[in-house]
Ligand binder design. Sequence first.
Ligand SMILES: *[C@@H]1O[C@H](CO)[C@@H](O)[C@H](O)[C@H]1NC(C)=O
Ligand SMILES: [Cu+2]
Length: 174
Amino acid sequence: MSPSLQLVAASCLLFLSLPLLPRAAEYTVGDGPWDTGTNYAAWADNHAFVAGDVLVFQYVKSQHNVFEVTEGTYRSCDTSAGVLKGYTTGFDRIELTEARSYWFICDYPGHCVGGMKLAVNVSAGSAGRGDAGPPPSVPLPPSGSAAVPSPAGGCRSWAAWALTLSVFVVVNYI
Ligand SMILES: *[C@@H]1O[C@H](CO)[C@@H](O)[C@H](O)[C@H]1NC(C)=O
Ligand SMILES: [Cu+2]
């Protein structure tokens, strides 16, 4: 198989597997308003966050805010242990850009102690969500075979060819 054909095959496999990769999602924190009546630990436990996901904090802006803080501040609710960033719009969209832990609290007096605190662990994009795994490997035809589409044939003919071959293999396997 020629190097250019290998390149076409590799890019086509990548192209065809794109829909299988996890997509960044947007989450309303607590599935409702950011307030003192929600169990954010339970909410976070029910979600698997990947880098690129966005958290949306919705609240009345004269009553709450969102501080991204250190783990120490998250645990103690004492901002002297470290504040990284403050948000005050009442509709804060915060992108979880990195695969790491993030901690958020509300800085209004008593609110963090009252439960307005959120910790999330963010995993890397392709490994974090779903179990799609790597794209399936497709057996390649003998070099020079008439069934091999030319590089000019592009991804569509590769896709059609790969699909046909997969169906053939599966049918024979059953
Ligand atoms: C995040 O990961 C750490 C280390 O694995 C774990 O101790 C902690 O409970 C996790 N936090 C959340 C909110 O899942
Ligand atoms: Cu608050």
